[in-house]
Write a protein that binds this ligand. Structure first.
Ligand code: F6P
Length: 525
């Protein structure tokens, strides 16, 4: 049922008219406001109180979620139904964090045994690499690991490896994603080939950037050490076993992926292999345990106190009623530096859609624009617009209370003071008769405080964002799990690459002029 055609939505719209000009600050006159909108979950404090809504609006949204059978939609995902309809696939990143062996069937087949088998393989492999038992050419232990992958095969693992820096072992982990030769060159200057292991992560095993980079590195190895060393220095994660073998990867070095895990949801699968390599298998399991705790919460909790659902309601409120089209993510923790990048793919690749689940054009806005950077750096770049610009951007602040760094405790205190000050400033503003010194305030934000960034708390946080994305998609009635929008550009890039040699395809005048200019430049190289 379409959310925007229900009576619940009409009620939300009517009530919105009565509250839309209220000041956030006045909500706190209600003695229970803070209590209603703050939650403690698994060492994480969620504060949704500084928003342009109240308890009644929250309950109306919870009612809407009930009316459009969100509970059933969640169950359909968790139980392996083919909810990714355009690709006829199940969506089961949640199965990867299920701790027990309760069967989950995809097209009639229980997938849990395959997951356990893959886990055993990852455990044994990562153990060997970390302990130094896995030897490279010339019998030397591995010191560096390079993850070659892009999109979901890069952003999730890269973000987690940095976020869990406090749990890192001795291995240096590098991420090579872009096809820009600058990156490959720079990397090759940093590593010793004899002690480096390359992990090619590509669900499809057909991504141009990943395969080109992997091929180049392989050529360098073969040139330097001969063909036989490939098995010691290259492993891969893919659904495409045949393609990986054709590429020259030894069958025992291929880790599985499944079509029921989307790339941007795949850090929990063997595609996240850089994570157990960086922090050990035990910590990787704890990350999954944290995610599982959030899964359970999402699956059973009533919507007015269901954390991912509440976050999704806010996005719908701002996007579809207030008309605020973007949301900023500002971690006040350098360890979470890559979280905004990860969330951009998670949310924008999932929900940047304009076709409904019944294959009709949507008649409403979908897919908020996600952006951000770490604080306090962001304060000194784009916060001016957040405070005094004409656009209103709901902000998500994220920080950890206990920083393991005991040497510079004062710095951390300042960092947190800045974050809290920003959320307060955005809300209260500052009345001033001089127009350019006036802050209107009433600008919304969510604050998430992790007691500490641990594998468990990070796991819960990431699952929270995944389920927020799912709930938004359900409210918008779109499929969050395909990404056909990235295909056209890939196809055209291949044609243009051919056109650099001889112009075969027809193009508009601008594109043709660009190709011609590049052809001339390349000729003179
Ligand atoms: O082009 C988009 C995309 O398909 C993402 O969805 C995916 O995460 C990324 O490319 C990498 O894909 P693969 O793992 O198949 O190389």
């Amino acid at each position: 049922m379409k959310a925007f055609e229900t009576n619940s939505w009409q009620n939300i719209k009517t009530y919105f008219e009565t509250i839309k000009n209220n000041r956030i600050l006045s909500n706190f006159d209600h003695p229970e406001h803070l209590k209603t909108f703050t939650f403690d979950f698994n060492g994480i404090y969620f504060d949704f109180s500084k928003h342009r809504w109240d308890e009644k609006m929250l309950n109306l949204f919870a009612g809407l979620a009930d009316d459009i059978q969100t509970r059933q939609a969640i169950e359909a995902m968790f139980t392996g139904q083919l909810i990714n309809k355009t690709e006829q696939r199940a969506v089961l990143h949640t199965a990867l964090r299920q701790p027990d062996d309760q069967p989950i069937k995809v097209k009639g087949k229980n997938i849990i045994p395959e997951i356990r088998k893959a886990e055993e393989k990852i455990k044994s492999f990562t153990g060997k690499v970390i302990s130094g038992q896995w030897k490279g050419v010339n019998g030397k232990a591995i010191t560096d690991v390079v993850n070659i992958g892009i999109g979901g095969s890069d952003l999730g693992p890269k973000m987690v490896v940095k976020a869990l820096s406090d749990y890192r072992n001795h291995l240096n982990i590098h991420f090579l994603s872009n096809i820009d030769p600058f990156e490959l060159d720079r990397l090759l200057h940093k590593i010793n080939l004899e002690t480096t292991l390359f992990v090619i992560v590509s669900k499809s095993f057909s991504t141009q950037e990943t395969l080109t980079n992997a091929r180049k590195v392989q050529e360098i190895y073969i040139e330097q050490f001969g063909k036989n060393v490939i098995a010691k220095h290259f492993v891969t994660v893919s659904t495409q076993i045949d393609k990986a073998q054709d590429f020259g990867i030894a069958p025992e070095n291929i880790f599985p992926m499944w079509d029921w895990v989307g790339g941007r949801y795949s850090l929990w699968s063997p595609a996240g292999i850089a994570i157990p390599l960086a922090i050990g298998y035990g910590n990787y399991q704890k990350l999954k345990a944290g995610a599982y705790a959030m899964d359970k919460h999402f699956r059973i909790e009533a919507f007015h106190q269901n954390l991912p659902a509440i976050a999704a309601f806010l996005t719908i409120l701002y996007n579809n009623l207030y008309g605020f089209e973007t949301e900023a993510y500002i971690p006040y923790a350098d360890k979470l530096q890559y979280l905004p990048d990860f969330l951009q793919q998670l949310i924008m690749e999932s929900n940047g859609k304009s076709t409904t689940l019944s294959n009709e054009p949507v008649a409403w806005q979908t897919g908020n624009i996600v952006w951000g950077n770490i604080g306090t750096n962001a304060q000194h770049s784009f916060f001016q617009l957040l405070h005094q610009g004409t656009k209103i951007v709901p902000v998500n602040f994220i920080a950890e209370i206990n920083n393991k760094n005991t040497r510079f405790k004062e710095n951390h205190k300042m960092l947190l003071a800045n974050m809290i000050a920003q959320s307060e400033a955005l809300m209260i503003g500052d009345a001033n008769d001089i127009p350019y010194k006036h802050f209107e305030g009433n600008r919304p934000s969510t604050t998430i405080l992790l007691d500490e960034i641990t594998p468990e708390s990070l796991g819960s946080l990431l699952a929270y964002y995944e389920h927020k994305t799912f709930t938004e998609a359900w409210l918008w009635q779109i499929n969050a799990f395909d990404q056909f929008g990235v295909e056209l550009g890939k196809r055209l890039a291949n044609r243009i690459l051919e056109d650099f040699n001889s112009m075969t395809y027809s193009h508009d005048k601008s594109t043709k002029a660009l190709i011609t200019r590049l052809r001339e430049y390349k000729k003179s190289e």
